[in-house]
Design a protein around this ligand. Structure first.
Ligand code: ATP
Length: 264
């Protein structure tokens, strides 16, 4: 791992029975990068992200984040990373400031909350109940929460899902500002245009495998059939063709055996 590499993922796998949620995936993320992960639903993005955060353990392979071996030092790592809540249900009944204070109490290193509130333009909302905020402001609050421990790396799992285009754009400009401040950001997302514009590298997942990983420009220029956008890259690598589906192995599960027994 060279000086600039802050995440090193080495041939990690996580299988749930016969389902290869993540299969032999390797890549690295450098300091200050905005690193994107794309893939269809169920491609393994969340499993991959949560293994990097130390929330799920791989069956095989190794992950080093900020020089720590995640398999053995997940507790120590938590101090240095920011975790973005996928759902705000947990904090729905609190006001914005209370939610930030609660999450800050979990960490030893503490960022200045007033500064975070100001940076995110949350001043008018600080005393408002999270549940009553619009989707965009709730996601902004969730991002602010990810910063309460002044982390080096922020992990985000589809943070803009369900937001309108203006709120999405605002959210991405916040991410760019954090990148400018030197934060490393790893984000699973379906916002192809924003990913193309803003990411240094993007990993494309399909059925647990990483089928491509490069800069958006390289991914686009290496498209065999041509194409000008990340959307085309996504359609080429991430979306299964009818032919792939025909070759997909049939999983024999207890449920399918029971169903067959019922038919016979
Ligand atoms: N805890 C679990 N137990 C069993 N199977 C799981 C578990 N978590 C994920 N899976 C399976 O692993 C595969 C990858 O799931 P994962 O949630 O990582 O995909 P994803 O790309 O994040 O999808 P989405 O965009 O829908 O969140 C899916 O087939 C999913 O059903």
């Amino acid at each position: 791992m060279d000086m600039q590499t802050v995440i090193q993922v080495s041939s990690i796998s996580k299988h749930y029975g016969a389902n290869k949620a993540v299969d032999k995936v390797s890549f690295q993320v450098r300091k200050g990068e905005l690193f994107g992960i794309v893939g269809t639903n169920g491609a393994g993005k969340t499993t991959l992200l949560e293994m990097m955060m130390g929330l799920r353990m791989p069956d095989k392979g190794a992950i080093h984040v900020l020089g720590r071996d995640v398999l053995f030092e997940a507790d120590l790592l938590k101090e240095d990373i920011g975790i973005h809540l996928q759902s705000t249900t947990l904090i729905d009944k609190m006001n914005v400031r209370e939610a930030l204070e609660l999450f800050q109490s979990f960490y030893k290193r503490k960022n200045d909350l007033d500064m975070i509130i100001k940076q995110f333009d949350l001043e008018p909302y600080a005393d408002k109940i999270v549940k009553r905020l619009s989707g965009g402001w709730r996601q902004r609050t969730a991002l602010a929460i990810a910063l309460v421990n002044d982390p080096h790396i922020i992990f985000l799992d589809e943070p803009t899902t369900g937001l309108d285009p203006a709120a999405k754009r605002d959210y991405w400009s916040l991410l760019l500002e954090l990148k400018r401040q030197g934060k490393t950001i790893v984000v699973a997302s379906h916002d192809m245009e924003e990913l193309q514009r803003n990411c240094n590298h993007i990993a494309v997942m399909r059925r647990g495998e990483m089928v491509a990983c490069d800069s958006p420009a390289a991914l686009i220029s290496n498209l065999p059939g041509g194409g000008m956008t990340m959307e085309a890259v996504y359609m080429h690598y991430a979306v299964e063709s009818k032919k792939d589906e025909q070759h997909r192995p049939i999983l024999i599960t207890d449920e399918s055996i029971n169903a067959l027994n019922l038919l016979m």
